[in-house]
Each structure stands twice: as structure tokens, then as C-alpha cells.
Design a protein around this ligand. Structure first.
Ligand SMILES: [Zn+2]
Length: 248
């Protein structure tokens, strides 16, 4: 059986001299692992199209026990990421996170669009990388079934509060009155960061990245999105650790 779909390569593993196994986030089939024979021969189009962080059209052949890449044609190679170590490291974290939360066999149009748009923006460099990262994390978590509840204070249902706080452990908000003196696991998000987080989770997809956040508020937004992602998934990411090392 043949499957034709678009996707981005989120992981590459060499297995034999000329062969590799690639993990692809596809539009129609979620995250799949597929064999690419002869794909390490750098002279072939298939080799380019099955490279890490390449967006391609794939023709998969579904065999008895494995998926094999019959054909692959590159559509976008994100050349702007290849020459910038910091951007490349962040892009690899996006890949690892997508691989952890997107299921196999599910239509993943929004997840694919999210990673493609994030990578385009990273390449272009018109938005702070930390803002793209936070939006990517919160939106990817939300569309994969891990949406935080940012509608209002979880106790008294107030919508806005100067001293609103986010609790990354359970993904909820408490206003300054309800949070009281509790300090544990709390990040004070106030009006600006709370609004930015809501935008990342609830906005129309087309407007996802169309928000601004002050330079003062950006580190807090970044911390909320990252801590929520890691605590909800109960794991770390080696690519995230590497990105942080490079950034220092
Ligand atoms: Zn409250």
C-alpha cells in the first residue's frame, strides 16, 4: 500500500552504510518511522529530501512490518537554520518535542503547520527566539491534548488580576487574592504574561505569532511555557539542555 503525504524529518538515524531510518511528522499520519534505503548517498534527491529538518513530499510504501520511503522530494530545507548554531539547536528541540507528543496514525495538520511556521520565523529572525519557543511549546501542548486552563482564576473565576499567577505543575491560574501567600511552584504572570499565554493557547492559528511581549516580560513567558511543558510531560529533553548550553 502506498501513502502519499507531506512531512518534516524530525529525526535521522544511520543504520547501514547507505541506509537510514527517519522519523517524520506527517500531515496525514502523525509521527512515523520509515526506512530510507540508499539515502545516505549524498548525490541523490532522496538524500536531501530525507535530511533532518527538511520538509518534503513523501511516498511511503507500507510493507508487512515496516514503512519504506519509496520517493521523497524536498520542498523546503530551511537553509537559514543551518548556519546558526543557536537556531539549529532550538529547531532540534522543536523536533524532539513534536516527536514526544504527536501520536502515530493521527491527522496532524495543525502540528505540522505549527512546526513549519515556527521554523520559518526562526529563519527570518524578526521575532525573538524565546517568543517563538514559548508559542510553539504552549500551542503544541494544547493541540496534542495537554491544554492548560488559562480562562480565569481557578478559585474565584476572576479574568484579570494585577497579581495573577500561573502554576506550571497543573497548568492553572490563581489570582493574587486566591493564591494568598502560597509561593510553591508559582510564577507571577500579572496582566501582560497572562494575556500572552492566553494568546498562544486560544488565538486563531493564523494569528498565533502576531503578538508582542515586552523584553521584561519575555523571560517570564518563556519560563511558564517551558516549565509547564516539562512538568506535564514529566521528562526533560536533551536537545533543550543543549540549546540552553549554547545560549549561555
Ligand atoms: Zn481568585
Amino acid at each position: 500500500m502506498k501513502i502519499v503525504t507531506d512531512g518534516i524529518v524530525i529525526k535521522e538515524q544511520n543504520i547501514k552504510e547507505m541506509d537510514k531510518v527517519v522519523t517524520v511528522l506527517t500531515r496525514d499520519n502523525g509521527v512515523v518511522r520509515a526506512y530510507a534505503s540508499g539515502a545516505k548517498n549524498i548525490k541523490t534527491a532522496k538524500s536531501t529530501a530525507t535530511g533532518l529538518l527538511t520538509y518534503s513530499q513523501f511516498v511511503f510504501f507500507k510493507g508487512r512490518d515496516r514503512l519504506v520511503i519509496d520517493e521523497a522530494h524536498a520542498k523546503e530545507v530551511f537553509i537559514g537554520l543551518r548556519s546558526d548554531v543557536e537556531k539549529l539547536a532550538l529547531a532540534q528541540y522543536f523536533c524532539e518535542l513534536a516527536g514526544a507528543v504527536v501520536q502515530e496514525g493521527e491527522r496532524s495538520e495543525e502540528q505540522l503547520r505549527l512546526i513549519l511556521n515556527s521554523l520559518f520565523l526562526l529563519c527570518r529572525g524578526t521575532k525573538p527566539a524565546e517568543q517563538i519557543k514559548a508559542a510553539f511549546e504552549l500551542r503544541m501542548m494544547s493541540v496534542c491534548g495537554f491544554m492548560p486552563n488559562l480562562i480565569c482564576c481557578a478559585e474565584c473565576a476572576v479574568y484579570e488580576h494585577e497579581a495573577m499567577s500561573f502554576f506550571p505543575g497543573d497548568g492553572t491560574l490563581l489570582c493574587g487574592d486566591c493564591a494568598g501567600i502560597t509561593k510553591a511552584g508559582r510564577i507571577v504572570t500579572g496582566l501582560g504574561v497572562t494575556a500572552a499565554m492566553r494568546h498562544c493557547v486560544y488565538s486563531d492559528f493564523d494569528k498565533l505569532f502576531a503578538f508582542t511581549v515586552s523584553a521584561n516580560a519575555l523571560p517570564t513567558l518563556s519560563r511558564c511555557a517551558e516549565e509547564y511543558t516539562l512538568s506535564k510531560l514529566e521528562r526533560g529533553f536533551t536537545t533543550l539542555d543543549f540549546y540552553k548550553q549554547i545560549k549561555q
